[in-house]
Design a protein around this ligand. Sequence first.
Ligand code: RET
Length: 246
Amino acid sequence: MGNLITNLSLVAKMAPDDYVGFTFFVGCMAMMAAAAFFFLSMNQFDRKWRTSILVSGLITFIAAVHYWYMRDYWATNMESPTFFRYVDWVLTVPLMCVEFFLILRVAGAKKSLMWKLIALSVIMLVTGYFGEAVYRDAAWFWGLVSGIAYFAIVYIIWFGEAKKLAENAGGAVLKAHKTLCWFVLVGWAIYPLGYMAGTPGWYEGWFSGLNMDVIYNIGDAINKIGFGLVVYNLATMASSGEKAAA
Ligand SMILES: *C/C=C(C)/C=C/C=C(C)/C=C/C1=C(C)CCCC1(C)C
């Protein structure tokens, strides 16, 4: 009877040297904690910043739920939860694009900018999924299309429409925009590197065998929580500035 119950146990075993499983676990907790932090701090800000903080909370909350499943999937099957990974991204990355729009609204950003960024991010992720999970033989082609969409996003925020709006806004908004731009250029670049290191026959030795999921997990923690904290910082500075001015 004792054995039967043990065999029916719903918690998969975790090997002490399973560092991939470890990063899934810690990632899950970090996303949960970040989501609680953003949600609970929301009401301390001026009304116009609350939506931005809400979105930071949603990004980390959605990631926490996916990490819950990915952690379990990995522990049970010992393989990459590629499907859950991309469902997570296709929900959270467009929300990160919304975040750009929300902070630039003070400078008169139009919805069209938001939709452009969202569309590019969806193209980037759907084509990436094709290359990573569906048409592996054509990984170079889908990776290229995905990369072009990625560069289009980088262009718009660094040099295009979004940049001009940020300059018009100036002050704390411009500073936050610049930091988010660096996240997209450097933080997001982790993912194509992971893709290349994870595609068989490409650069598998690149990270001296470091698992692709570890790379993605570290990238997610930096990008999703870091992104949210930049917005949190902006809301804090802007809200206190407005109170001082009043
Ligand atoms: C929270 C999750 C984030 C910020 C995920 C971002 C993902 C990317 C920027 C992925 C980009 C890719 C390429 C640019 C080419 C190869 C395929 C991808 C999807 C890994």
